[in-house]
Design a binder for this molecule. Sequence first.
Ligand code: ADP
Length: 165
Amino acid sequence: MVRAIYPGSFDPFHFGHLEIATRASKLFDEVVIAIYASPSKRLLFTTEERIDMVQNMLADLSNVSVVTYTGLTVECARKTNASVMVRGLRNLADFQAEQQLSWANHQLAEDIDTCCLYSSHELAYLSSTILKEVAALDGDYDQWTSPYVQQALRRAYASKNKSGS
Ligand code: ADP
């Protein structure tokens, strides 16, 4: 039985993340989406909102579950009894960052391996940052994430515009 975690901020979850999670669910017996509760980047959504959106988008995958964590990702992997960490690679910048992270994580936990999956080229440009930028400017982002997340983005930016922040 091989359990993998797929860690990230997922602020918010989009079709690029979904594609990696779906492919990982076929490669491993169990996949745990590990939502990093307090990354250094500024978040649009609370941890609870991010959990809710991930659960909604992954409802059809029976061997995928969701947890949140703070602290080291390797510790989260240990706590969830996962021996693999899945990451998605879009481009050279991702490759360099993930290679460095994987080397550092290997120093911290030799028993946990990183498995990188290439994004499909159709989704390689997509990031949560781009999604939020287009949503903030009221562009069209229906093709990038689920209707449930689209609604959450509309609500988030409607209340931001009202409060002027
Ligand atoms: P993090 O803050 O850890 O980078 P993200 O939510 O931005 O968290 O991304 C989580 C993981 O999903 C990372 O491995 C990232 O490379 C991958 N990822 C993000 N967008 C895509 C995409 N469009 N296609 C494939 N993988 C992606």
